[in-house]
Write a new protein. Structure first.
Length: 421
């Protein structure tokens, strides 16, 4: 297994890599181990510089290919598309060599490592970096965050986007380790459930998260003035909306301000409503309703629809929203298979020990818990398919999860469609 930790200088790739090799008994090759010889003996970006790096990489890759096939290798990289830099061709060539190496070692597994600007500046200016010929320039971190150049590997089949702003190196390494275990488990079981069997017309697709709390705990609830409803009713719905309206509006306003900074969008290009923020790239909605299972609780449903699918948009959304969502919802029409067809289809996978099937005919609902903990839910009555992850995920992580079930991104339409290939 080849694992590439790709990210801008100062995000913590090497530190995380050192933690990771202890967890998975892997080898670690840092990009500076390859570059430092060229930095020491040649002029940057000269012909001799490029040739030295190529020769050093060739030697390193030859040694990697001689390792046992079950020996994982972790590479750190700083590879992004630089349209305005003269070394762009060199960087792309280096990435292509990494891809060729990975093809000979079971495929490419990419981790994009990010952190916010303040943390990036703190890390890039930390003691000891200069002695290792690592960049120590805070202005470089500012330029990287400002320009937002797309990291290479965004189109890898196995991609993990990881925001490490609030994570220790050990926690980040653990997240990567668990992701690698999931990949290995998928390979060992012959792959995940492939939903390409299903034939339907997608109507709407969005990320979703649901959070519930007691109505009396809402900030605007005043004891003696408001009463906690005991039953579901129109009045109960109105009460929840009334008590939540100010907090939701503030959340939308805060999100709009962050969107301007991260996406570089002017205020006039933002459409702000009390419970919704719309840009040319995405639409974010917050709904407040009575909890279906407990009338005394309020339920907050956050939805995100990506209107402009692209790796740079997804990366910026990950910075904006972090690990907010744990569900991807596909609303559909014209499903060609009926309830019994889908149950029969999933029973095949259960017999192969790829997961556990639960069918609820009276509710027209089917659930399939896969071996990696993902839950597939077919709500035939509501005409929705839900892919539910364990814990909050970034948009990039959820999209990668969706793609493993043969549901892939369609960059032109800005939607997700059934992958029938």
């Amino acid at each position: 297994m080849i694992i590439v930790l790709n990210g801008y200088p100062g995000v913590g790739k090497l530190t995380i890599g050192k933690e990771l090799i202890a967890k998975m008994s892997a080898r670690l090759l840092d990009i500076h181990d390859l570059y430092n010889l060229a930095f020491a003996l040649t002029d940057f970006n000269s012909e001799e510089f490029v040739q030295t790096i190529e020769k050093t990489e060739d030697l390193a890759h030859d040694l990697i290919l001689q390792l046992p096939v079950d020996q994982s290798v972790i590479l750190t990289a700083v590879h992004a598309y630089q349209t305005d830099r003269s070394d762009n061709n060199r960087i792309q060539s280096e990435w292509q060599r990494i891809q060729a190496l990975a093809d000979k070692r079971g495929g490419l597994n990419v981790v994009h490592i990010h952190c916010d600007l303040d943390e990036n500046i703190k890390r890039i200016t930390s003691d000891g970096r200069g002695a290792k010929r690592k960049p120590t320039d805070a202005d470089m971190a500012k330029r990287n965050h400002r320009d937002g150049q797309q990291l290479m590997g965004h189109d890898a089949e196995n991609l993990l986007n990881l925001d490490v702003t609030q994570l220790s190196a050990g926690d980040a390494a653990q997240a990567i380790f668990e992701w690698c275990q999931t990949l290995q488990s998928s390979a060992d079981t012959g792959g995940r459930v492939e939903t390409s069997y299903l034939q339907f017309e997608p109507k709407d697709q969005y990320f979703q998260s649901t959070h519930s709390m007691g109505i009396k705990r809402l900030p605007s609830f005043i004891k003696g003035q408001h009463q906690v409803p005991k039953f579901h009713s129109g009045h109960g719905e109105e009460l929840v909306l009334e008590l939540s309206e100010k907090e939701i509006a503030r959340e939308i306003e805060d999100l709009a301000n962050q969107t301007r900074k991260i996406f570089g969008i002017r205020s006039k290009d933002l459409e702000i409503e009390t419970d919704m923020l719309t840009t040319k790239h995405f639409r974010f909605i917050v709904e407040a309703v009575q909890d279906e299972e407990d009338a005394s609780r309020a339920c907050f449903i956050r939805k995100l629809e990506i209107l402009d699918v692209g790796a740079s948009v997804v990366e910026k959304l990950d910075k904006l929203l972090g690990s907010t969502f744990d569900e991807f919802v596909i609303a559909y029409t014209d499903m060609q298979q009926d309830f019994d067809d889908i149950v029969d289809f999933l029973e095949d996978f259960e017999e192969e020990e790829r997961g556990k099937l639960s069918a609820f005919p009276s509710q027209e609902r089917i659930e399939f818990a896969t071996n990696d903990g993902t839950m597939l839910v077919f709500d035939m009555r509501a005409e929705k398919i839900l892919i539910k992850a364990i814990g909050g995920k970034s948009c990039g992580e959820l999209l990668a999860l969706v793609s493993t079930y043969r549901l892939a991104s369609d960059a032109e339409s800005g939607r997700l469609h059934e992958n029938k290939n």
